[in-house]
Design a protein around this ligand. Structure first.
Ligand SMILES: Nc1ncnc2c1ncn2[C@@H]1O[C@H](COP(=O)(O)OP(=O)(O)OP(=O)(O)O)[C@@H](O)[C@H]1O
Ligand SMILES: [Zn+2]
Length: 727
């Protein structure tokens, strides 16, 4: 007799699966098992049953414990994981582990909520009904309990009119006992709630087009800021819920836009399960489990929610599809938007990508006819799009980066009862501390980067590694007390504004003021109430908010982006400007947008202001095509970091040779833009291929080999397919 053999995805950084014996067991794909691995025990996921193994008989080990007898992961998700593992060249075992909530990954099986219930004892079961003919209530209860041997929820019995006293009587007689029963995960029946708004023509057309699709089709919902994209999502979800299907909605950072969650809850109530990073592990598992059981009809979450198994999916939505947060930047570097489209294909459901500033990747897919474009060209509620204007600050007198003209504009808008929003993508007081006497710079030794001055905390902080130290009183080098804070962060702008507008309350929204679970919710409520009329913030303030009374949006400094080396910098800048601008004039008062710049004639800025984001994107796409950059040609980055520079370079140089020999262009190695982080030196290799197939094939062959090189043991390395950031 031969044992059953199973191939298991074990969470180790090796690009292969492992075979185990499971004598006499019948295991389901997607179920968890505990297996011996080296000297440890690990939780793996059953991948497939195999007839034979290449492993030596003596090395073959036996599964130590079966955790799930039913698959925990849906067939759709395991297909998606398998594809992603191949595409991103990340070990399948680790992919599986990353995609599960921590409790499940650790092999735990959290017990769901249980409710009090009643069940007959053996004496109760043996009791003939006729014996209770003279006590009709008792007889009725006995009859109910006999018909449900697994027990009946106490709440249900009370609802049927059996009193608590009667139940106690049964217990006293020894006929029944109180037990705990898991509530049946019966989906809450869905009732459609009438929408408070009537869709406009463009919205209605978008809804009708998506709703008419059977099976897979990917759409771009290109709606200008404030065009009512969310309303389109809600309407479509309502339609699929009526068919009993589930919707998956991925959003950038749900904590930043509490209004979005509130709108979904207002429409779908208990149907909604929200998955984000601020949940406890138990809450996260609960939300995940409600989705997996079909109990939750609408799942809203950040990147990792992509991996939730759904028994009955009907629609996948990616809101703000251009957002960088959909790309995981470490470990398993997947792009949740790209995989969501694939998931739609696997599960045969429509996918809707929404954005006012679509990524160039998505726009190219539209051009090629792979995605269908749905446009919402106007704001939903008759509000006009704001007017964008450059404010030339060359030679202007600046007070902490604020020009007199900008200050006058702020005064004007406040005078007209509007709120004003100032955007600066730098938190803290100042990005640099310098000694006026000797030129000493406060630098993080571990990262070779400037410390940021945080006056609020009286500390210097490294924004790369998080290390910090007290603000020095004197220069540690020459002892002078003339220490200068150079440049501006949000804290400093706030301080300057407080000087100019002493009677106004100022809301500063950045990572330093939004700690804690409901911080953003409180800010958002206070801003909508009008408690604050001046808002200063980083990109947290640029994303998706709907503050109807904001009439002026100003970008304090747009020049930085022009000097960035990353080829995606112009795209990001255009998206950011358009999104910040989109916060202005959303209510009944018209909006105005001001960009402070020393490069008012910059062609990119000109195109964006004169012709809008779509025209800008068109030009940017042409440029990418001419230079053979994504989305026209695929690129990948191979990164390495080590305690010594030479170790990182040694590995990458050897890899470059191998890659160049196989027809891939490997550029480098060069030091990474952030060449030292947390005491480790970083280098990278840029890979360009003629096409995806070639890139996949060459890397697929090289990496299992590279894994065993001696150089690979002296450096930590990773591969980033379709990298979004070059850092
Ligand atoms: N058909 C409609 N009639 C009237 N008001 C509407 C309609 N659709 C949406 N709105 C309102 O318009 C405002 C903007 O809508 P919504 O927030 O959905 O836009 P959005 O496209 O998601 O915006 P952004 O991309 O800027 O986040 C909201 O206050 C919403 O209630
Ligand atoms: Zn540091």
């Amino acid at each position: 007799m031969t044992d059953s053999l199973y191939r298991i995805a074990v969470p180790v950084p090796l690009r292969r699966l492992f075979d185990y014996r499971a004598p006499g067991l019948n295991l389901a794909r997607g179920a968890r098992v505990r297996v011996p691995f080296g000297r440890r025990e690990l939780v793996g996921v059953v991948w497939e049953k195999v007839a034979q193994t290449e492993m030596a008989e003596a090395k073959l080990q036996t599964i130590s414990e079966v955790i799930d007898f039913e698959p925990l992961i849906s067939p759709g998700i395991s297909k998606l994981a398998e594809f992603a593992s191949g595409y991103y060249h990340h070990p399948l075992g680790e992919v599986m582990a990353v995609t599960l909530p921590t409790l499940l990954r650790e092999g735990k099986t959290p017990r769901g909520q249980t409710l009090p219930a009643w069940q007959l004892t053996d004496a109760g079961k043996a009791l003939p009904l006729d014996e209770l003919n003279r006590a009709p209530r008792q007889r009725a209860l006995l009859q109910v309990l006999q018909s449900m041997p697994e027990g009946v929820l106490q709440a249900e019995l009370l609802e049927q009119g059996f009193s608590a006293a009667l139940l106690r009587q049964f217990a006293k007689n020894g006929w029944a006992e109180k037990i705990n029963l898991a509530p049946e995960n019966e989906p809450v029946p869905y009732r459609s709630v009438a929408s408070p708004v009537t869709l406009n023509e463009a919205q209605q057309q978008a809804v009708d087009t998506v709703a008419a699709v059977e099976g897979f089709q990917c759409f771009l919902l290109a709606g200008v800021t404030g065009s009512g994209k969310t309303e389109v999502y809600l309407r479509l979800i309502d339609q699929i819920r009526q068919k009993g299907q589930q919707a998956l909605v991925l959003v950038p950072e749900i904590g930043l836009t509490p209004q979005t969650e509130a709108r979904f809850r207002a429409r779908f109530g208990e149907q909604v399960a929200v998955i984000h990073s601020a949940l406890t592990e138990r809450q996260r598992w609960q939300a995940w489990d409600r989705a997996r059981s079909g109990d939750a009809g609408v799942v809203i979450g950040t990147r990792s929610a992509l991996w939730v198994s759904l028994p009955n999916p009907g629609l996948i939505i990616i809101d703000e599809e251009h957002d960088l947060s959909f790309k995981q930047q470490e470990g398993f570097r997947y792009h949740a938007r790209d995989l969501a489209v694939l998931r739609g294909q696997i599960e045969q459901v429509p996918v809707l990508l929404g954005s006012a500033t679509p990524s160039l990747e998505t726009l190219r897919n539209v051009k090629q006819g792979r995605y269908q474009r749905l446009a919402l060209p106007n704001r939903a509620n008759e509000a006009q799009m704001p007017v964008l204007r450059c404010l030339d600050i060359r030679n202007a007198q600046l007070d902490e980066g604020l020009s007199g003209a900008l200050l006058a504009k702020i005064r004007e808008h406040l005078g007209n009862d509007g709120q004003v929003l100032l955007f600066l993508n730098r938190r803290g007081f100042a990005p640099t501390l310098m000694c006026h006497a000797c030129g000493w710079l406060a630098e993080c030794q571990r990262c070779e980067a400037h410390y940021t001055v945080h006056r609020q905390f009286r500390r210097l902080r490294c924004h790369h590694c998080g290390s910090e130290r007290p603000m020095p009183q004197k220069c540690p080098h020459c002892g002078s007390d003339k220490l200068l804070s150079l440049g501006q962060g949000t804290e400093r702008i706030e301080e300057a504004l407080a000087r100019h507008f002493p009677n106004e309350k100022i809301a500063r929204i950045d990572r330093d003021t939004t700690r804690g679970r409901d911080a953003m919710q409180r800010w958002s409520d206070a801003i909508r109430r009008g408690d604050y009329r001046i808002l200063v913030g980083t990109q947290m303030l640029a994303k998706g908010h709907d503050f109807p009374n904001v009439t002026l949006a100003a970008l304090v400094d747009v020049d930085g982006a022009f000097f960035a080396t990353d080829f995606r910098a112009p795209e990001r800048m255009a998206q950011l400007i358009t999104q910040v601008a989109g916060r202005a004039g959303r209510g009944d008062k018209p909006g105005e947008v001001i960009l402070q710049t020393r490069q008012p004639e910059h062609p990119l800025l000109q195109t964006l202001l004169r012709d809008g984001y779509d025209a800008f994107a068109e030009g940017a796409l042409n440029e990418r095509e001419q230079h053979g950059l994504p989305p026209f040609q695929p690129i990948a980055l191979m990164r390495a970091e080590a305690g010594k520079v030479e170790q990182a370079f040694a590995l990458l140089s050897k890899a470059a040779q191998a890659l160049n020999a196989s027809g891939i262009t490997a550029l480098g190695p060069v030091p990474a833009p952030a060449a030292k982080r947390q005491g480790r030196f970083r280098a990278q290799l840029m890979l360009e291929a003629a096409n995806r197939g070639q890139l996949q094939q060459v890397l697929g062959a090289l990496l299992p080999e590279l894994e065993n090189w001696p150089e690979a043991r002296r450096a930590r390395w990773s591969v980033d397919i379709d990298p979004q950031e070059m850092v």
